[in-house]
Design a protein around this ligand. Structure first.
Ligand SMILES: *[C@@H]1O[C@H](CO)[C@@H](O)[C@H](O)[C@H]1NC(C)=O
Ligand SMILES: *[C@@H]1O[C@H](CO)[C@@H](O)[C@H](O)[C@H]1NC(C)=O
Length: 585
């Protein structure tokens, strides 16, 4: 059986996995116990309850909670998703940060509990004062306001620092919603089953939202937060102060439940090397996580579906068959199992659940389940905004090509003056973007070293280290491992491609440390890059170095590294959803 394959067939991640599952479990448990003791003894937060001032101030306003019951009969998931692809379509580099608005009724329609089809109890932020319109847009003050389409019930734009006051946000687009045929606003006359645990969780999230909103609004007149490890500052962040606040709130509160069903290698396992490594690394790290993981589903803010699409392709897919149905069946069976065994999936129609995949097919296989596709948080390398990736709900997962466990050897590079080449690319002529790049620049200009294959004896890494800019055109799909490779080697990445939602763009200001070139501007590539002055370049390169910690893969994970940034992205999106107990019926 596959489950007891020899240890050598399991690539070892850095976290003590890779030997037999029994040993790794024993290790996990030991570590868990040790750390629990540690945490209990040194972290006062773990034992305290919520400060009462907050309870007072917000419980008064929460009595006004309006519950939206949405009737989404007419909306197909795909139409919802198309409306939502505005975010990058609008240009401006696509880095508008926002976190999910409540535009998810799409999948809910298929799972309505009562005969009228009215359902859905998940709101973007809800109506209580603290939670209003939810969420955590860790933005700069560049008014992202007008960019939200009417389908977004929660005007996330109002949450940017440009927002004048929180009050208008309370309206959270009711008018917009009312004008849409498929959404009906109903006042909360329905009897709801009280779910005290859920209410407590949501209350905690509402507090965190309020703290983050406060940070967004007061970023300029606050001393930096203290932190023993790292204090985010500077232009690489959209709003460093608010990010830090949000990060600390996450550490204090956030709990992830990992479903235990399923056998490795398709579940609880994944690739630890290769271009898909972030998939396996995250799954491993999540399995080993103790601080932000809970074993009690009733304590969880989000639920992780720990399947690996890469492993599924390896184990289940018939090569060259072009038939993804076996993969989709595996996923829908899995969701059937967890939604039957636990109440949580049905409760939110999957909106507080997430899946993660770095495989190109990640997005397609999620279509196995309507709720998974249209409600859940999908953490994907293949973050193509023209194919339904919705930055306000989904998470862009960085693609990192790990060749060995010693990540450190892939890191570091010389200063600008020791980089004689303006820009460099070497890679296969595939996908929609690269043929254009190669056609225009291959062998055309000594400053732009663009080719398919490097001559024998020329090191790819050395070329990146000798270049000021590293070109990162999309390949078969939007994501390119070159982006993080460039960041590791202190080469300023040039992202070429129109549909790619960049990782952590809700927090990071990509324009400060990278260049984005639309496909249509490929002929002007040299002009664009040559226009960056040396002082400007030196600044950008310094910021590349500064932002690197957020892309580092550590075993075990460290604060602010790639694992925690992925979790933070999920945390932000969860903040924009409010789960309400189901109706009595
Ligand atoms: C969730 O809904 C499905 C389909 O409607 C149902 O089969 C399942 O039993 C429900 N799960 C629970 C825990 O009630
Ligand atoms: C993104 O999706 C669109 C629509 O399917 C497609 O035309 C485009 O080629 C994709 N982009 C990349 C880089 O694969």
């Amino acid at each position: 059986m596959r489950g007891i394959s020899s240890s050598s067939s399991l690539p070892a991640c850095l976290h003590g996995h890779g030997s037999s599952r029994v040993t790794s479990c024993a290790t996990a448990c030991l570590v868990l116990v040790a750390l629990t003791i540690l945490v209990i003894s040194i972290d006062p937060r773990s034992s305290t309850t919520q400060p009462s001032w907050f309870l007072l101030s917000s419980s008064s306003s929460s009595s006004s909670t309006s519950v939206s019951v949405r009737h989404a009969a007419a909306t197909s998931a795909s139409s919802l998703r198309q409306t939502s692809s505005w975010i990058n379509g609008g240009g401006g580099g696509g880095e508008h940060l926002l976190v999910r608005s409540s535009s998810f009724g799409g999948g809910a329609r298929s799972r309505g509990r009562n005969s009228t089809g009215k359902e859905v109890l998940v709101e973007g932020g809800g109506g209580d004062g603290t939670a209003a319109a939810a969420a955590a847009v860790i933005g700069s003050s560049s008014g992202d306001g007008g960019l939200l389409p009417s389908v977004a019930l929660s005007p996330a734009g109002e949450l940017t620092a440009a927002a004048p006051a929180p009050a208008p946000a309370l309206e959270w687009g009711v008018d917009d919603a009312a004008s849409r045929d498929d959404i009906i606003q109903v006042m909360p006359q329905v009897q709801r089953r009280r779910d005290v645990k859920l209410e407590r969780l949501e209350f905690g999230l509402a507090k965190a939202r309020a703290a983050i909103r406060e940070a967004i609004q007061n970023k300029d007149n606050r001393p930096p937060l203290t932190d023993k490890d790292y204090v985010p500052v500077g232009p690489v962040y959209r709003n460093a102060y608010a990010f830090h606040r949000s990060y600390l709130e996450m550490e204090k509160l956030f709990k992830v439940y990992v479903y235990e069903e399923g056998e490795p290698p398709v579940f609880h396992d994944g690739p630890c090397r290769s271009i898909y490594s972030t998939e396996g690394r995250f799954i491993y790290a999540m399995e080993m996580e103790n601080r932000m993981r809970t074993r009690d589903p009733d304590q969880a803010h989000v639920f992780f579906l720990p399947f690996s699409v890469v492993k599924m392709v390896k184990m289940i897919y018939e090569p060259n068959s072009h038939d993804m149905n076996p993969l989709r069946r595996t996923i829908s069976d899995y969701i059937n199992v967890v939604s039957t065994k636990y109440p949580h999936w049905n409760r939110s129609f999957g909106a507080d659940h997430f899946m993660l995949s770095c495989h190109d097919w990640g997005p397609y296989v999620t279509s196995a389940d309507a709720n998974l596709m249209s409600n859940s948080i999908r953490v994907l390398c293949n973050a193509n905004t023209s194919e339904g990736f919705e930055p306000s709900r989904d998470v862009s997962l960085p693609e990192i090509n790990l060749r060995s466990d010693a990540v450190d050897r892939q890191v570091g590079g010389p200063s600008a003056s020791r980089r004689p080449i303006l820009a460099f690319f070497a890679g296969g002529d595939h996908g929609p973007v690269r043929p254009l790049l190669l056609k225009h620049w291959k062998g055309k200009d000594a400053d732009l070293q663009v080719s398919e294959y490097l001559p024998r004896g020329v090191s790819y890494t050395d070329m990146m280290r000798r270049s000021r800019f590293c070109l990162c055109p999309s390949g078969y799909e939007v994501a390119s491992p070159r982006v993080v490779e460039a960041i590791y080697l202190e080469c300023v990445p040039v992202v070429i491609g129109d549909d790619y939602a960049l990782p952590f763009a809700d927090v990071l200001n990509w324009a400060a440390f990278s260049v984005r070139v639309p496909v249509a501007d490929i002929p002007r590539l040299k002009t664009i890059l040559a226009a960056v002055s040396t002082p400007q370049y030196i600044r950008m390169q310094r910021r590349v170095r500064a932002v690197r910690r957020h892309f580092m893969v550590n075993g075990p994970p460290r604060r602010f590294d790639v694992f925690h940034m992925i979790l933070h992205s999920i945390w932000l999106r969860r903040l924009n959803v409010r789960v309400v107990a189901p109706e009595e019926y």
